[in-house]
Design a protein around this ligand. Structure first.
Ligand SMILES: Cc1cc2nc3c(=O)[nH]c(=O)nc-3n(C[C@H](O)[C@H](O)[C@H](O)COP(=O)(O)OP(=O)(O)OC[C@H]3O[C@@H](n4cnc5c(N)ncnc54)[C@H](O)[C@@H]3O)c2cc1C
Ligand code: FES
Ligand code: FES
Length: 1297
């Protein structure tokens, strides 16, 4: 930031998101020039001596020349909020520097360490496919495989009529010319050659960094400083220092010592110096596998398989083999392989050298090794496998890409020559104890046995006994982990059996899939939308796939986010002090140590708030800073303000607080039900006669379901810069918020000044998704209070772990239902009760519950229905708005009973769904008549484009032929009500300035968080004013231009602000009319230059006649409905619980799309966020309310590899909507729920797996459908050997909240 290079972003500080990716270039004498991507957040500055760092600014700019990598991501609509974009650009740039014509698989590998929360990844991959051998662009000239611009039509079997012009034209892309790249700095080569004997020494405030130049120097230093920490890649030590608060005063960096970097091929195997990076390890092993006979390289292949799923490429580029071993992590992915393979480690100290075999004695305890403090690991010998030996490795993690293991394993068996009798067996496991362990008893029990069914049975019962875990074991998932040890062995058993085919009967055909190694298929996609009508003028951009207006700036790093604002001269930094108890009174706060620390200026507590300490978006039921009671872990108690971020954060950790714990501690929904802890009122929606409905029903079924919450994981965490203006209590705040007005009023309330003195400015957000609608206001208020107290600018950007801890997320829901239905599947009565976990304050929870109830029947017509919603008050951080706002919870539970009905009748779920679907003119439970319904059209088209019938037949065949993998299919509709349910919020404002040079400055009440609102508003203004969009500019959202705005939420911002912009522009046009009449041959500039006094206008656009009364069940809650249908196919691995998304087709009604590129972006991004919600993302809380999942390391959002291999998105044609601007429809939230099709496809696959064990009928599957839940539901002989512990007999590590 001192250099003003703010393009590189900070999304997590733990190597898990890739937003900080830069290219590091160095000259290594043995490797020559090396360019590779690294995580800026984990690269210690001292390690960059004699390296060149290229950031996103270094490769191109909008003002200068764009780099093709920057241009293509922008033009292919791969940048929405843009916060991830520079990191993605740099990952690809580094790849292209090494390989200008990569394969698609290389690109996918390059992105393993990058996350994007907005786009759904498809457009990024699609845009970058143009760099690959497979799909480089011919510029329309046609190539060997045809032209990339027309291929899509041919390959997918769609007619030209269905597919209009693509969303962008690859022929417009700048060509990649590798000769134009910045050259490798020549001085680095000469400097590196000359540095050989120099020891480097850097002294910081708290740390001494020593970089020895030779092995002797290293050993000498290790004797001198036996407690010194060695650092190579810093991917472990960096995390310990940042998040575990560990301090290592002396660091030894052995990265450049030749002996630690050499690679030797010996008779026994290959010896790797301990500092060799994992990327290098992979390259060398790959080369060896290519050259050596297959039987020799089984261990090498196993290491390569583990490396495939080891972190992301940025981490593997720097992390060392020695670092992985010496961290001694119980979930290390390499240690089980090294242990089972009997790798030899050379250890060295000044006193000499010793060689040890890596076995279970090497790790005497948690994160301990047998090395003495003076010793270092010099090198590792990875052996060749011998004839008769078979080896495999397995890793099971929640997400395939870049994730830590749940259970990981290395397995080796050697047979007596020419037989199938076990001569030697080594089974090692990670994730089953405090260290990597060997299953010694099992191994010795199986010695001398034949490789066959009897051995398998023995192995499984023995492993079930030996690999036990206490039910309270850290990490949880105890039953699953135990089952995995057996399941993975079974995979090994079958794999070996297959290889032994010559000696014994081979593997049954339908079992072979259990032995297959996962192969990623590169995704392909189709987007279908309606072209603008013939005759629409070229300059009329409405309906065209116009690029997001900030996309290019986002791709070059020039887009300015809140924390990119340059530092003010006397600015200070703030760090929050938060509660470590869920429910307690504060006994004392001791700040003495913190205040004596370097740079600390002050601490802020409740007493420092000049106005009111009470806050909240609707009711003021929470504190800005805790007074005497805390009601959740993460409750904000105070803050430390210091000169730098590091000083503020360090001091905040030194504040000592004592608590008196209080009872009860209510964490889960079940706790809240027990204690009847509910916010009031309890909402009910009811229609028809329930008793009569149940009497009439042929069958009645009851069930329940829990659905977990979700972290927003906007890539840009919450940030505020508060600048006191020095007079009249004025203050200006730059905030990343969806709710400028709410921030203004709550800050003013706390400062005790009128709202007119506080200005909130929002340029753009790096994502919001509802998380910055109300919860952002507390941080802004605390920062403003500190700025007011000190009369100095104060800044705070939360670290990812703080953000996840304090800001809450999507509400977990629990639903109980009773459903009455006929033999045909027609549902005639439904009683459903929802409980949501709201946390410690009301926030928006009541409205969220209301929306859940408004969506309790999803898309189905039910004559007799009652839904009731309880908002549970618990001791968790307050949960809040999240895309869909209760809808995705309400509808998932609806689809759960729908699937139960189908299962219990033995009917196809799609048949029962279709039978119950609403038709035109029917009434919802809240008495709103459904007109212009397009559900049936979406449904039919979805079945057609997904080839549903053929797909179903294909799945049936597949499932017959595969015992251990199963495929599932599901089609799910959605109906989403559009409007704020609080009627007064359905309004917006716009302000248009027309300057005399003809340029237009537009402002409106909405905020830009990546969804492309500003782009759409420019399109609306451009059409209304009849001028090119290039003349219209939006600079920011601010409370002093458009006041009293609603939050940018509820999918309604384009509708509301679009109407306001349209109004404003129309009135301006009207005022220009006389000047046009006077000068009909003149142009825009002529007219506006003569009409100066009429160029500013402010108007409100709003939606009339909305509002619903729960007491009387009257009114109209929604302006209209958005409809959509999705069909998904998945494949599950019944032994591990993993799944892959094979296919999704989506048909969605967006009216006449204002911008198909942005709308498809919202569909795909929303859908993938839903995939995360329903299949992957899991917040883990301890029974005491402590959140374990505080960053991308433990909380997994979908990555590049999670998108459906085959994805079609179709915007429904000919469906104009007369209730919104230019006949469009809202798009932000509706698509998210369509990911439920993936959840129910998984359930469908589980049904097929359960059938194999003779199980049928309804069963409970909670959301998300994680590998753990999938595996546990696929009951079989292995799960039987690992029964779960009796609930109530132990305290679990984590609870379902
Ligand atoms: C985002 C992310 C993802 C990750 N994913 C995985 C994963 O999938 N699987 C997995 O197993 N791990 C994973 N890790 C953990 C980590 O990356 C690896 O353990 C890595 O190999 C550590 O190497 P390093 O060079 O970065 O270690 P450093 O952090 O530099 O050092 C780690 C430890 O090793 C010691 N050490 C290093 N070299 C020597 C030596 N020669 N002699 C003695 N001691 C030495 C250090 O003193 C230190 O204690 C991940 C980490 C991150 C941040
Ligand atoms: S900020 Fe570095 S990886 Fe997330
Ligand atoms: S565009 Fe990728 S995180 Fe927003």
């Amino acid at each position: 930031s001192h250099l003003g290079l703010t393009g590189t972003k900070l999304g997590c500080a733990e190597g898990g998101c890739g937003a900080c990716t830069v290219m590091l270039s160095k000259y290594q004498p043995h490797l020559s020039k090396v360019h590779h991507s690294v995580n800026g957040c984990l690269a210690p500055l001292c390690s960059l001596h004699h390296c060149a760092v290229t950031t996103v600014e270094g490769i191109g700019s909008v003002a200068g020349k764009l780099h093709p990598v920057q241009e293509r991501i922008a033009k292919s609509h791969g940048s929405q909020c843009g916060f991830c974009t520079p990191g993605i650009v740099m990952s690809l740039y580094a790849l292209l520097r090494n390989n200008p014509t990569p394969r698609m698989a290389d690109i996918e590998e390059a992105f393993q360490g990058n996350l994007c929360r907005c786009t759904g990844y498809r457009p990024i991959l699609e845009g970058y496919k143009t760099f690959t051998k497979e799909r480089s662009c011919c510029g329309g000239k046609g190539m060997e495989n045809g032209c990339c611009m027309t291929n899509r039509v041919e390959t997918k079997g769609y007619t030209d009529e269905m597919l209009p012009a693509p969303l962008y034209n690859p022929a417009d892309f700048l060509p990649l010319d590798p000769t134009q790249e910045i050259i490798f700095p020549p001085e680095l080569m000469s400097l590196c050659k000359g540095q050989s004997s120099q020891q480097l020494r850097f002294r910081g405030e708290r740390v001494l960094w020593l970089q020895p130049a030779s092995l002797d120097q290293l050993l000498e230093l290790k004797t001198q400083y036996p407690n010194a920490k060695m650092v190579v890649g810093n991917t472990e030590v960096g995390i310990e220092m940042k998040f575990k608060n560990l301090l290592y005063p002396v660091i030894l960096a052995p990265g450049y010592i030749p002996e630690l970097n050499t690679i030797q091929h010996t008779d026994e195997g290959i010896v790797f110096g301990a500092s060799c990076s994992l990327t290098l390890l992979g390259d060398v092993l790959k080369a060896a596998v290519g050259k050596l006979p297959l039987y020799q390289t089984e261990v090498f292949n196993a290491v390569l398989e583990q490396l495939r799923w080891f972190a992301g490429l940025q981490i593997r580029n720097v992390a060392a083999i020695g670092g992985n071993i010496m961290t001694a992590s119980p979930i290390s992915d390499l240690n089980p392989v090294f242990m089972a393979a009997g790798c030899k480690l050379t250890l060295m100290s000044k006193g000499g050298e010793r060689v040890v075999v890596m076995d279970e004695k090497f790790f005497p305890g948690y994160r301990k090794t047998i090395l003495t403090p003076e010793e270092v690991l010099l090198c590792v010998l990875i052996p060749y496998t011998k004839k008769g030996q078979h080896f495999a490795a397995y890793k099971q993690s929640p997400r395939r890409e870049d994730d830590i293991s749940i259970v990981t394993s290395g397995m080796s068996v050697t047979f007596a020559e020419g037989s199938t009798v076990v001569k030697h067996l080594a089974l090692s496991y990670g994730g089953m104890a405090a260290t990597t362990v060997m299953a010694k008893n099992t191994a010795s029990r199986l010695l001398g046995k034949q490789w066959g069914e009897e051995l398998l049975q023995d192995a499984c019962s023995s492993l079930a006994e030996e690999m036990t875990l206490h039910p309270s074991a850290p990490g949880g998932m105890v039953t699953y982990r135990r089952t995995l040890t057996l399941s993975l062995f079974y995979k090994f058993y079958l794999t070996v059996q297959q290889k032994l085919g010559a000696y014994i009967e081979g593997v049954r055909d339908d079992y072979i899939s259990a032995t297959e190694i996962y192969h990623q298929t590169s995704p392909s996609s189709v987007q279908i939308f309606q072209a603008v009508p013939d005759g629409q003028k070229e300059e009329d951009v409405v309906g065209r796939p116009m690029m997001h207006l900030s996309a290019l700036k986002q791709a070059t790093g020039e887009a300015v986010y809140c924390d990119d604002i340059p530092l003010y001269e006397n600015e200070l930094y703030l760090c929050l002090i938060t509660s470590t108890k869920a429910h307690a009174t504060i006994q004392s706060i001791d700040t003495a140590e913190a205040e004596s620390m370097p740079g600390v200026v002050t601490c802020v507590f409740a007493k420092d708030i000049p106005g009111s300490n009470m806050t909240g978006p609707i009711v003021y039921d929470e504190t800005v800073l805790a007074d005497d009671t805390v009601t959740c872990v993460g409750h904000i108690i105070g803050a430390v303000v210091a000169d730098t971020q590091a000083h503020a954060q360090r001091a905040a950790k030194a504040v000592r607080i004592t608590y008196q714990e209080l009872q009860p501690v209510i964490i889960t929904i079940q706790d809240a039900i027990t204690h009847q802890s509910f916010f009031q009122p309890v909402r009910t929606i009811q229609r028809g006669d329930l008793d009569q409905g149940f009497t009439q029903a042929d069958h009645i079924l009851e069930g329940e379901m829990h659905m977990g919450g979700q972290e927003h994981f906007y890539l840009e965490t919450n940030v505020t810069v508060a600048v006191p203006k020095g007079e009249d209590g004025e203050m200006e705040l730059f905030v990343s918020t969806q709710s400028a007005t709410k921030t203004q009023s709550l800050v003013a309330k706390a400062l005790g000044v009128p709202a007119s003195r506080v200005v909130i400015r929002v340029k753009r957000m790096g994502g919001g998704f509802g998380g910055k609608e109300s919860r952002s206001t507390t941080l802004s208020t605390v920062v403003a209070v500190a700025a007011q107290k000190l009369k100095r600018p104060v800044r705070c950007m939360l670290d990812r772990d703080e953000d996840m801890l304090v800001t809450g997320g999507r509400h977990p829901f629990y639903g109980r239902y009773k459903v009455g239905f006929m033999k045909s599947g027609k549902v005639v009565a439904l009683e459903v009760t929802y409980y949501s976990n709201a946390g410690n304050s009301m926030d928006l929870s009541l409205s969220i519950m209301e929306r859940a109830l408004f969506h309790m029947e999803n898309s189905y017509s039910i004559a007799n229905i009652r839904g009731r919603g309880y908002v549970c008050k618990t001791h968790l951080p307050s949960n809040t708005a999240f895309r869909g706002f209760g809808g995705p919870q309400g509808m998932l539970i609806a689809e759960s009973w729908m699937s139960d009905v189908a299962l219990s009748l033995g009917l196809p779920a799609e048949q029962v769904r279709r039978l119950n679907m609403y038709i035109q003119g029917e009434r919802t439970p809240y008495s709103q008549i459904l007109d212009h319904i397009t559900l049936d059209r979406c449904w039919d088209q979805c079945l057609e484009i997904s080839s549903f019938t053929q797909r179903r037949a294909g799945i049936e065949t597949y499932n017959r032929d595969h015992r251990w993998t199963k495929r599932g299919l599901s089609v799910v509709p959605t109906k989403f009500g559009i409007s704020f349910t609080a009627a007064f919020l359905n309004q917006a404002g716009a302000l248009a300035h027309i300057y005399t040079d003809g340029s237009v400055l537009l402002t409106h009440g909405g905020t830009e968080m990546g969804q492309g609102l500003n782009t759409k508003m420019v399109q609306v203004a451009s059409r209304t004013l009849g001028i090119p969009s290039s003349k219209i500019h939006i600079t920011e959202t601010s409370t002093n231009t458009v006041p009293n705005t609603s939050p940018t939420a509820a999918s309604a911002s384009s509708d509301l602000n679009g109407a306001a912009v349209h109004n404003a522009c129309e009135i301006l046009l009207h005022r220009l009319e006389p000047y046009k009449t006077k000068n009909p041959k003149g142009c825009w500039e002529d007219w506006v230059s003569t009409c100066q006094s009429y160029t500013v206008l402010f108007l409100i656009g709003w939606t009339p006649d909305l509002g619903y009364d729960f007491e009387t069940n009257t009114g109209r809650p929604f302006n209209y409905f958005s409809y959509g249908v999705a069909c998904s196919e998945v494949e599950i691995d019944c032994l591990t619980g993993s799944h892959k998304n094979i296919h999704t087709s989506i048909v969605i009604d967006v009216g006449n799309s204002l911008n198909p590129a942005l709308d498809i972006g919202q569909v795909e991004g929303g859908f993938m966020q839903g995939v995360g919600l329903y299949t992957l993302e899991e917040l883990k809380y301890s029974p005491e309310g402590y959140l374990f999942t505080r960053g991308p390391g433990m909380y997994k959002i979908p990555a590049f590899g999670d998108i459906p291999t085959d994805l079609t998105v179709s915007l429904l044609r000919d469906a104009p909507n007369d209730k919104a601007i230019f006949s469009s429809k809202a798009i932000g939230e509706p698509p998210l729920f369509l990911a439920a099709s993936v959840f129910f496809a998984i359930k469908d696959a589980i049904i097929a797996a359960r059938k194999e064990s003779g199980l049928s009928g309804p069963f409970r599957l909670d959301s998300p459908a994680t590998p753990e839940r999938i595996r546990n539901a696929c009951e079989d002989r292995f799960t039987k050997l690992c029964p779960p512990a009796e609930p109530g007999t132990f305290t679990p590590w984590a609870v379902v909240v």
